[in-house]
Design a protein around this ligand. Sequence first.
Ligand SMILES: *Cc1c(COP(=O)(O)O)cnc(C)c1O
Length: 411
Amino acid sequence: MTRQPIVNRTTFDSVMVPTYSPASIIPVRAEGSRVWDSDGIDYVDLAGGIAVTALGHGHPAVVDTLVAQANRLWHISNVFTNEPSLQLASRLTEATFASRAFFANSGAEANEAALKLARRVAFNRYRDNPDKVEVLSFAQSFHGRTLFTVSVGGQPKYATGFGPLPQAIKHLRYNDIEDVTVSIGPNTCAVIVEPVQGEGGVYPANREFLLTLRRLCDKHDALLIFDEVQIGVGRSGSLYAYMAYGVTPDVLTTAKSLGNGFPIAAMLTTDELAAHFSPGTHGSTYGGNPLGAAVADKVVELVNVPTVLNGVRERSAHILAALRGINGRHGIFRELRGMGLLLGAELSDDFAGRAPDFVGAALSAGVMILNAGQNVLRLAPSLIIPFEDIDEGLRRFEGAIPSVIDSEVTV
Ligand SMILES: *Cc1c(COP(=O)(O)O)cnc(C)c1O
């Protein structure tokens, strides 16, 4: 018998590559929208594992699906197909504009596939124009951490120091129709956009802006890629946000909530575009793995019903009303925005830069929330979070506010 190493939070600082600076507590157990740490202290989860646990923690039907699949078949490779991935692809194509699915393991990989597809389509269609490779993206956007996706993302700090970076990428102003109208051209092969920017500060797109992107992409034969990695799978109040906007992309990427915490992602597209990825052009060892596919199929089945989607809108309205109440008493927010259960509360100027302080104080008071940058608090709870947990979580959050207001500004 080998000895089980004793671990605690300080272990992180000695054995992990320090890409993160995790909180002082270690969650060890969770159920629904409640989490317990290694000291047995409970937290209300309004963060949802960063917009991932759409059906909360330990959902019985999802757990049963994973366990049943684990007992049947874990992994077989893409040398063979497998029933769960075929079922998931059938379900997703039936439920969306798309007729083809490619599976990956993360949002970044789904976007990588989408961007590579766009370059490939242009390569195949425009042999006489090798310059049709340009990707248009938007400031503050986030598309993942591979070298291509981090270069396409609109937050330069994430790409700094990793050069040479992929080329022919331009960043435009989000929701700025004028900027994209003058920037797009015959050399553009793709426009990639989050219908609601998540990491960048919870900014929903204007419908007029997305309609313009659709029209300009058609005009210049560029692919319109919607990155719905964060807002997708019911979080917007529709299965995908494109449905709520009434603007259909050529390619859609989805991850985070898709597996409710089991790693899986998908790139969805049309028959015609999919044909440009012939056997051997792209792939993944784990992509469409039976475990992930079985879980995702169950998640989409459970989320894509009117009770859950209407419930998202009801919970969204309930949270916004509660936040307005909190703001009436404390005056800490300058704006509340978002869509469905991806909500942002931008701090007023007096609290500029202090979003992480609020997140820390909230955790100490027993509620998990997120920030999106230094000035915006972000909520992304389970789509089926009980209203009592919302109320208890926001009560704990409100209790934590004075400690932030009264504390010195840390410079
Ligand atoms: C989280 C996120 C990604 C990256 O997903 P990973 O699974 O971390 O690779 C990409 N796009 C958006 C909009 C995201 O929110």
